[in-house]
Design a protein around this ligand. Structure first.
Ligand code: AMP
Length: 215
């Protein structure tokens, strides 16, 4: 069992790599972004509360996301957890350390996926996903099939995130550099940090992650 954090700005490829690890290594993906979007889709009070903040590209409160993670950790994960988009602040990182130690678990690696801003803008602005299975598409590099059906599950439901636009992305990047990038130093000091080139191909990044995880 391996517990890892995928750390990187929006569009670095965290979700794509997490999907692969879930499919092939029995790991459980804990994406706070997905959990918050699910809460919105379900129309819960919390979902309503965070909708505008997320659309703008700001971070929601630590308290909300820590609560979500605490709940999911209870379920356990045979192959380990992939933290995707969490932690995003130093208080979240401290809370995670405490939650893991309370449950006798440890963090095996924090993988920083490095991608320059220009590539992020291009990746995020053309991004769409399948509403059914989550397969990721891109207008230029992997367009939605002409048949109109997802290559993975055949669904015709195309989804675009409301925060995948130039204005919100600017805010998301600011939030990342201001509040999340200090985690690079935090985990480096703990001896957990591993870095990889997020501009490499999806397969190359997969291989780097496997190598880091020793699997
Ligand atoms: P993501 O899908 O990871 O890009 O997250 C989408 C949005 O959800 C972010 O821009 C934030 O508004 C919110 N969010 C997700 N995870 C966190 C987190 N760990 N802390 C604060 N806000 C978060």
């Amino acid at each position: 069992m391996r517990n890892i954090i995928l750390l990187g700005p929006p569009g670095a490829g965290k979700g794509t790599q997490a999907r692969y690890l879930v499919d092939t290594k029995q790991m459980v993906q804990l994406s706070t972004g997905d959990m918050l979007r699910d809460a919105q889709a379900a129309g819960t009070e919390m979902g309503k509360k965070v909708a505008a903040i997320m659309a703008e590209g700001k971070l929601v409160t630590d308290q909300i996301v820590i609560g979500l993670i605490r709940e999911k950790l209870q379920d356990g994960a045979e192959g380990g957890f992939i933290f995707d988009g969490f932690p995003r602040t130093l208080p979240q990182a401290d809370a995670l350390a405490k939650l893991l130690s309370d449950m006798d678990m440890k963090l095996d690696a924090v993988i920083e996926m490095q991608v320059d801003d220009e590539a992020l803008v291009a990746r995020v602005s053309g991004r769409s996903t399948c509403g059914q299975c989550g397969e990721v598409y891109h207008d230029e590099t992997k367009p939605w099939p002409e048949s109109g059906e997802c290559i993975n599950c055949g669904s015709t439901q195309v989804k675009r995130r409301p925060d995948d636009n130039a204005e919100s992305l600017k805010t998301r990047l600011n939030e990342y550099y201001k509040k999340t990038s200090p985690l690079i130093g935090y985990y480096y000091a703990k001896g957990n940090l591993q870095r990889l080139d997020g501009l490499a191909s999806i397969d190359e990044v997969r291989e780097s992650i496997s190598w880091i995880m020793g699997t």
